[in-house]
Ligand binder design. Structure first.
Ligand code: ATP
Length: 370
């Protein structure tokens, strides 16, 4: 399933040079984006980057100042919100407190004058989908937060929208429940085949649920790709830093062979070596982004390591399955190295103030211009 790699695939949603201004302020800045049918698409970014504005334009609560948004090839501008094949699930769920679970799910169907039998069939189907058959008669205050979230989901899906917008759908749940619910959401999305667009500021959540992630900053798309590509090959320091943990080493690049660069980076430190298909001119400022798990930590200097630096263990974060070591080099730079603890018993571990070697291969990091 990778319609974004298929040049003939037709997007379900297309933003064409969309700009949204509020007075003088540009919330969305000339943004172009395609989202495909059956995708679980995540809009990810810090507060104020424009995620919710994107959703509100899709739902029809806001309209673009410039540009066009298409749904299945049609400009949606003339279509009022209630006539769009789009539904939005709010973080607050907005359930009717005086109605039962059953009636909450049936609400939109009845409003559309769906025949009684069809309403019954559809509500039962939705209750099965979210596994709440036994709770049909309860009121929202008689069920748990996670169950309320599922009622809201069932209600949003009842009318079989082409597109479901989810604004921080799991924001109200605690971490454990949130993680379980992420898998449930993925499951439901797959079963219904509805295109989901989720807004979140939680990068782990976006990476878990989404087929593709758009990382946004200040009304612009910084990178749109699959979670693994975003993690492995971020296109900027911003994205590398926003997704997961990373070491960023700034230096100056000099070409030193085919797709290979020498990086001068600190007084008294040997130059580093990195392979890169990104091109740098001689002496150009560069940033080497390396994930901590790509950095090995050893007591002795490893032979044949493309890059090896010596330092002192400054801090250790024990995470159960993993440990992250913060190692301070002689020039004050801190580099993080993460090790797996699965074979902890047989593997040497380190403690505060230990002198250690950090090493990584020439292909361990991504060399970025900015
Ligand atoms: P959060 O994660 O905090 O919800 P967001 O990424 O969803 O943030 P938006 O709600 O899309 O951000 O807002 C983007 C920017 O547009 C913000 O700076 C916000 O203040 C501004 N903005 C949003 N709606 C309006 C409005 N109706 N009038 C003026 N400015 C607005």
């Amino acid at each position: 399933f990778a319609p974004w790699d298929d040049p003939d695939a037709k997007p379900l949603i297309r933003f064409k040079n969309v700009t949204k201004r509020f007075g003088e302020f540009t919330a969305i800045d000339n943004l172009t984006l395609d989202i495909y049918e059956r995708e679980f698409f995540a809009l990810l970014g810090p507060s104020g980057c424009g995620k919710t504005t994107m959703m509100r334009m899709l739902a029809g609560f806001e309209s673009p100042t410039e540009g066009v948004i298409e749904l299945a090839g049609q400009d949606i501008a003339p279509v009022p919100p209630n006539k769009r094949a789009v539904n939005m699930m709010f973080q607050s769920y907005a359930l009717f407190p005086h109605l039962s679970v059953w009636d909450n799910i049936a609400f939109g169907l009845r409003r559309d004058s769906m025949p009684k039998r069809d309403v019954e069939d559809r509500v039962e189907e939705m209750l099965r989908l979210v596994r709440l058959e036994k709770f049909a008669k309860r009121k929202p205050h008689q069920i748990s937060g996670g169950q309320r979230q599922r009622v809201a989901l069932a209600r949003s899906l009842a009318k079989a929208p082409k597109l479901l917008l989810l604004d921080e759908p799991l924001g109200a749940l605690d971490k454990k429940l949130r993680q379980d619910t992420q898998f449930e959401l993925m499951d439901i999305q797959e079963k219904t085949g509805t295109t989901f667009v989720i807004v979140t500021h939680d990068q782990e959540e976006a990476m878990t649920v989404a087929s593709r992630v758009a990382v946004m900053d200040q009304g612009q798309l910084m990178q749109v790709s699959t979670p693994d590509r975003i993690y492995e090959t971020p296109n900027s320091v911003y994205v590398a830093d926003f997704i997961g943990d990373v070491n960023i080493i700034q230096g100056r690049a000099t070409q030193d062979g085919e797709e290979t660069y020498r990086i001068d980076w600190a007084e008294g430190q040997k130059p580093l070596t990195a392979k890169s298909s990104n091109v740098f001119s001689a002496g150009q400022t560069c940033h080497l982004a390396i994930r901590p798990e790509k950095v090995a930590i050893t007591a002795e200097r490893p032979e044949d390591a493309a890059n090896a630096v010596q330092g002192r263990v400054h801090d250790i974060a024990y995470l159960g399955n993993l440990s992250t070591y913060h190692v301070e080099l002689s020039n004050g730079t801190i580099i993080k190295a993460q090790t797996s603890n699965t074979r902890r018993i047989s593997r040497r571990t380190f403690t505060w103030e230990d002198t250690v070697w950090l090493s990584w291969t020439a292909t361990a990091g991504v060399l970025l211009a900015n």
